[in-house]
Ligand binder design. Structure first.
Ligand code: SAH
Length: 285
């Protein structure tokens, strides 16, 4: 493991004007505590109670002086999402409730509510709010009531997992880069999100212990939908994932958003718009 210690700067950015990101975000001293192999981490996760009665309205820690300012920025972001065609109130509410600025580096916090992807370290990016909202809307399309368990492949900084945690009964999110797994844990800490399990491992294998899932969502694009995801999907469940298009004569590979619905009678595959995601890779680093 070659992760650099994540040192949060003590001088905070000037946006939003009164924003104080220091609460709950001290210097990361836990880096050495990463389990040396995925099995250990997964065991640690196993100890978490698995079934929750209903989605939990999280006790979100609102740092002093931040409340009004950041929620105004989020409200603006949410109305833009609505104007871009996101209609599911559950998704819009979750986007309003999730502090995107707390999941990106402090130096980028002033861009957190713009519709842009942002670097999160280790060569990875957090998706645009519009893409996060669109994918989650697709994941829960047509589903009401108990929304069941969701598996996210590619935790990254943890933002999308946090959004999902407001809508799904339970979320399992798996990350292959140890440094990002650790960063997501750090980002989650102030929010005390109880229905989400962050895992370190190769998401191409899914996470059988949490299966069957109502939804599986990938934040990285592979050449195909992994068989393990299909196997771990419940009947009536849905996978939403970017998949590389096989275009022989193109230098740059393209990805499309793919939806797989698992029914009693088989799988239904729907190919949607072109998208751009970081590559899905096997193994852990
Ligand atoms: N949902 C994330 C987006 C992170 S970008 C967020 O909100 O920040 C995609 C992530 O997928 C990267 O962190 C990358 O390391 C991870 N990834 C790629 N292949 C993976 C795999 N096989 N298993 C788990 N994570 C993977």
């Amino acid at each position: 493991m070659s992760g650099k210690p994540i040192i949060k700067p003590t001088v905070k950015p000037s946006f939003p004007a009164k924003m104080d990101l220091s609460v709950g975000k001290g210097v990361n001293t836990r880096l050495q505590a990463i389990a040396p192999n995925p099995a250990q981490t997964l065991q640690r996760v196993k100890a978490i109670p698995s079934a929750l009665a209903k989605p939990v309205p999280h006790a979100t820690a609102v740092p002093m002086g931040l409340g009004m300012d950041s929620s105004t920025f989020r409200a603006r972001m949410v109305s833009k999402l609505a104007s871009q065609g996101i209609t599911d109130a559950r998704v819009l509410n979750a986007m309003q409730a999730t502090h995107r600025h707390s999941f990106v580096d402090t130096a980028l916090a002033n861009q957190a509510y713009e519709d842009t992807s942002l670097p999160i370290g280790w060569g990875q990016t957090i998706s645009k709010p519009n893409v996060v909202a669109r994918m989650i809307e697709l994941l829960f399309e047509g589903k009401t009531g108990n929304l069941g368990r969701v598996l996210e492949i590619g935790t990254g900084c943890g933002y999308q997992a946090a959004v999902l945690s407001h809508i799904a009964l339970e979320v399992y999110s798996i990350e292959r880069v140890a440094g990002l797994y650790e960063k997501a844990r750090e980002n989650f800490r102030p929010f005390r999100i109880k229905n989400t399990h962050l895992l370190f491992g190769d998401g191409m294998l899914g996470f059988p212990k949490g299966a069957p899932y109502t939804g599986i969502i990938a934040a990285a694009g592979g050449d195909a939908i992994a068989q393990a995801w299909i196997d771990q999907l419940a009947i009536g469940g849905r996978i939403v994932a970017p998949v590389t298009n096989k275009v022989a004569d193109k230098a740059v590979s393209e990805q499309s958003l793919v939806v797989i619905d698992k029914t009693e009678t088989g799988l239904k595959r729907t190919v949607l718009e072109l998208v751009q995601f970081v590559p899905l890779k096997s193994g852990v680093i």
